[in-house]
Design a protein around this ligand. Structure first.
Ligand SMILES: *[C@@H]1O[C@H](CO)[C@@H](O)[C@H](O)[C@H]1NC(C)=O
Ligand SMILES: *[C@@H]1O[C@H](CO)[C@@H](O)[C@H](O)[C@H]1NC(C)=O
Ligand SMILES: *[C@@H]1O[C@H](CO)[C@@H](O)[C@H](O)[C@H]1NC(C)=O
Ligand SMILES: *[C@@H]1O[C@H](CO)[C@@H](O)[C@H](O)[C@H]1NC(C)=O
Ligand SMILES: *[C@@H]1O[C@H](CO)[C@@H](O)[C@H](O)[C@H]1NC(C)=O
Ligand SMILES: *[C@@H]1O[C@H](CO)[C@@H](O)[C@H](O)[C@H]1NC(C)=O
Ligand SMILES: *[C@@H]1O[C@H](CO)[C@@H](O)[C@H](O)[C@H]1NC(C)=O
Length: 248
């Protein structure tokens, strides 16, 4: 009885699979004479379903592939196989080093076919502090100067504000390092102002405290004269931007 019905069932399944193929699903291998088929390309779902995951989250990855008899599943992380098998892989308290490529392999032990699908997992640390750090203690007029944005956490975009307005760039003021650094080549008095960096992760952004840029131009040199009662007057000159000093 069972044997006589098998071809009918096979025909039905074949029709279903053909319909699935014409809908753009991955191509299925043909049924064998006993109605065994698959596995098709596995589908991997992660719950909860997010684009990226924060450190500390708990997730479960599930894998399923059309297959008869049901497929046996195995997982790999960055191409290293996990011991054991099962269609679900749970990770508690995600860490940054859990980010990477998870491959689910489905195996049908009758058709002896494999099918695999790789899902990339992104893990980010929330941004907790953002600071602006200058390339040197003081910006000196007509010299190069730069500000870089330092972030603890995972930032994926940066932008800059000058006096609460978006910073305008030009040939002299340029951004680099995915916009995390602003360079002044050279820095001019017109660059005076309060600079802030806005660092963002995929969920939100954080603004740094202001860095007040004051171009040092006034002290091209300092002349100090020391008079003491019974000594020769002492004269000292410091000129940080001058290579040589001529006394007359
Ligand atoms: C084939 O896999 C099925 C589960 O899908 C299992 O029940 C069965 O024992 C396996 N057969 C062999 C020979 O491994
Ligand atoms: C997998 O099994 C091998 C052999 O039993 C063992 O040496 C290895 O540490 C295991 N790997 C993991 C990730 O459990
Ligand atoms: C994951 O795979 C993608 C695409 O092949 C690749 O660009 C990326 O570097 C891989 N990530 C890891 C951690 O291997
Ligand atoms: C850098 O900022 C500019 C606008 O100032 C923007 O057009 C560009 O896409 C940004 N680059 C990156 C890598 O975020
Ligand atoms: C920049 O700051 C210095 C020091 O306070 C000041 O002397 C100078 O006039 C300022 N320049 C501009 C354009 O605001
Ligand atoms: C400018 O720089 C010189 C040398 O670094 C320093 O002695 C002076 O105090 C600075 N001037 C101002 C206004 O900060
Ligand atoms: C910077 O360059 C301008 C134009 O060349 C000049 O007028 C100014 O004195 C220079 N300032 C310093 C501190 O060297």
């Amino acid at each position: 009885m069972k044997n006589t019905r098998a071809p009918v069932l096979s025909l039905l399944l074949l029709t279903l699979i053909k319909a699935a193929v014409s809908n753009g699903s991955p191509a299925s291998e043909p049924l064998d004479l006993n109605g065994n088929y698959g596995p098709d390309t596995p589908i991997v779902t992660i719950s909860p379903p997010n684009q990226v995951y924060f450190v500390g989250a708990d997730i479960t990855m599930s894998c399923s592939a059309q297959s008869s008899p049901p497929a046996v599943y195995q997982w790999a992380f960055n191409r290293v196989y996990y011991n054991g098998s099962g269609s679900e892989l749970s990770i508690k308290l995600l860490q940054l080093d859990n980010a990477g490529n998870y491959t689910c392999m489905a195996y049908n032990n009758i058709t002896r076919r494999y099918a695999a699908f790789t899902q990339e997992l992104s893990v980010v640390a929330p941004i907790t502090t953002v600071t602006v750090s200058p390339s040197r203690a003081q910006p000196i007029e007509n010299k190069t100067f730069s500000l870089s944005c330092e972030v603890s956490g995972t930032a994926d975009s940066w932008r800059w504000l000058k006096d609460d307005q978006p910073l305008s760039t030009n040939e002299r003021i340029t951004l680099s390092g995915e916009n995390s650094t602003v360079s002044f080549n050279p820095v001019l008095q017109s660059d005076n102002g309060t600079y802030q960096c806005v660092a963002s992760d995929p969920i939100s952004g954080m603004v740094s405290p202001g860095y007040t840029l004051v171009v040092n131009w006034s002290s091209l040199f300092n002349l100090n004269v020391h008079f003491q009662m019974d000594r020769t007057p002492q004269l000292s000159l410091s000129a940080p931007q001058t290579k040589s000093i001529l006394w007359e």
